[in-house]
Design a protein around this ligand. Structure first.
Ligand code: ZN
Length: 255
């Protein structure tokens, strides 16, 4: 049983004990959470074989989502379930980033680090669905131009890219100011009518301890195709990243 599985098995007991301690109102809400555990967007399952060039399957698909932040500068990793040279290169970059023996083959040492980075709901350790769901505080993934499940999966991929970006920037906190927006929410905040926030694959990054330009420049290494930052209209306080087209615009950063 993996560490994740052990945590998952422990999970139902802990909230109930907490609820008993703090009262009936809390019991009701917490039991509601237990009755509807977070759905695994892609199944976080265990790794049962070494993956290498030529491998194919759902486990390769899962691996590609977790390595989507390591496609190389200006690229995006195809999440197609087929382990080709681009996936091998992404594995190699991930291994280098975490100080592993770099061979481009996903075996036990690579899986160990991925599992360590992963929460029970398949999100990376430092980002959560709750941080990226409806940007107006309404919660959820519905009300956009794509199915809620699609927006949620897009957000999962975005989070793994953000995890790679965060690690590259020295593992300092990166706060997400806005993620997915329903059509109504996007309208309320004055977002562009075709904003990628509507699809769940965009995030507005509050740079935290980093300079905006540092974040904007570095994001180009981690699978973000749309990057808007300082000097682009309405983007002087945050860096917008998304995964659509190729458009990097942050004139005050020389981009
Ligand atoms: Zn944005």
């Amino acid at each position: 049983m993996s560490a994740n599985e052990r945590r998952a098995r422990r999970r139902p007991g802990a909230p109930i004990a907490l609820a008993v301690a703090v009262g009936l109102v809390v019991v009701t809400s917490v039991v509601g959470v237990v009755a509807s555990p977070p759905a695994a967007a892609d199944g976080c399952g265990t790794w049962t074989r070494t993956l290498r060039n030529g491998s194919a399957g759902t486990d390769v698909h899962r691996l590609q989502i977790r390595l989507s932040g390591y496609p190389g500068y200006g690229s995006r990793l195809s999440i197609d379930g087929v382990y080709g040279p681009a996936t091998a290169a992404a594995v190699w970059r991930f291994q280098v980033a975490y100080g592993l023996t770099a061979d481009g083959i996903a075996g036990p040492q690579t899986f160990r680090v991925i599992d360590r980075l992963q929460d029970d709901d398949c999100t990376p350790a430092h980002f959560s669905y709750g941080e990226l769901d409806d940007g107006c505080g309404w919660g959820g993934w519905g009300g956009g131009p794509v199915a809620a499940s699609t927006a949620r999966t897009n957000a999962l991929i975005t989070m793994w890219k953000l995890e790679a970006l965060r690690h590259a920037l020295g593992d300092q906190p990166l706060r997400i100011a806005s993620g997915f927006r329903s059509i109504a929410c996007n309208r309320r905040v004055g977002g562009a009518s075709r904003s990628r926030h509507l699809y769940g694959d965009a995030a507005d990054i509050d740079p935290g301890p980093h300079g905006l330009c540092t974040v904007a420049r570095r994001a180009r290494h981690h699978g973000f195709d749309g990057i808007y930052g300082p000097g682009y209209p309405n983007h002087d306080g945050h860096v917008h990243v998304d995964s659509y087209g190729i458009s990097w615009r942050a004139p005050r950063c020389g981009i």
